[in-house]
Design a protein around this ligand. Structure first.
Ligand code: NAD
Length: 232
């Protein structure tokens, strides 16, 4: 019987999620990727939109039946758009909130019953430095990430006594396809204003996530900010 730990990683077909999946697999985890796109390099890839609760419940159920359990969930699915405040439409707000809040909520709702039965589990939300420091021209993104952070901390308080540790990582600008090649956040004159004058790489985020989910002591409700020391 294969006793290796099992992780579900959403957004695992690109950027931060893909690197987390790789990092975990290289360290003995079996990884199920949930994404809108394929990642053939994981043990199981389920094409699913995190905004649909019943589809996420069915996907978690499938992982539990395939591997026997889900030890950890990493909520990395997300997107970014830069829009001046007065131009953010109601559908823009609704989509942003659905992906980043309902997406995290749906995963928690689906994964918690199995974790509660085993009295053990770990959950990590990939938030953003914008959740803490706000943003310029991305109020809907910053608000959605701030709500996801509050949801994560609330769930951490509620489930810590059940053996389930729920934490967050809040990256600053990170080198992934989410950040366009011509983004102002990649420009040298901007980077030179940062305490550590460079963007993060996905490996740095993945290491933090792995340490949070493999941590055997009581870190819970923590937010690790990986952002050049810009928002602390
Ligand atoms: N790159 C950065 O600078 C940065 C900074 C802070 C936070 N983040 C956050 O990190 C997470 C990962 O971002 P990234 O930079 O790796 O972006 P990315 O675009 O490289 O990857 C995002 C992945 O999420 C998937 N996805 C998007 N919406 C989905 C949905 N509704 N259902 C299922 N999958 C969906 C995409 O298909 C893609 O594979 C996001 O939540 C993002 O907000 C990124």
């Amino acid at each position: 019987m294969n006793t290796s730990p099992v992780a579900v990683v959403t957004g695992a077909s690109s950027g931060i999620g893909a690197q987390i999946a790789k990092e975990l697999m290289e360290n003995g985890w079996r990884v199920a990727a949930f994404d809108l796109r394929e990642n053939p390099q994981t043990d199981l890839c389920i094409l699913v939109d995190v905004t649909y609760e019943s589809n996420i419940c069915a996907a978690i159920d499938h992982v539990e039946k395939t591997f026997g359990k889900v030890d950890a969930v990493v909520a990395a699915a997300g997107y970014y758009e830069e829009t001046p405040f007065t131009e953010i439409s109601l559908p823009d707000w609704q989509r942003m909130l659905r992906v980043h809040i309902a997406g995290v909520h749906n995963l928690l709702r689906a994964a918690l019953p199995g974790m509660l039965r085993r009295h053990k589990g770990a959950f990590v939300t990939i938030a953003s430095e914008r959740a803490i420091g706000g943003g310029c021209n991305d109020a809907h993104y910053a608000s959605a990430k701030a709500a996801a952070l509050a949801l994560t901390r609330s769930a951490a308080s509620e489930f810590a006594s059940h053996g389930i540790r729920i934490n967050a990582v809040a990256p600053g600008p990170t080198d992934t396809p989410l950040l366009p090649a011509d983004s102002w956040e990649r420009q040298r004159d901007f980077l030179d204003t940062l305490p550590v004058p460079r963007i993060a790489n996905t490996h740095e985020i993945a290491l933090a996530v792995r340490s949070l989910i493999e941590d055997e002591h009581f870190l819970s409700g923590e937010v690790i900010s990986i952002n050049s020391g810009t928002v602390i």
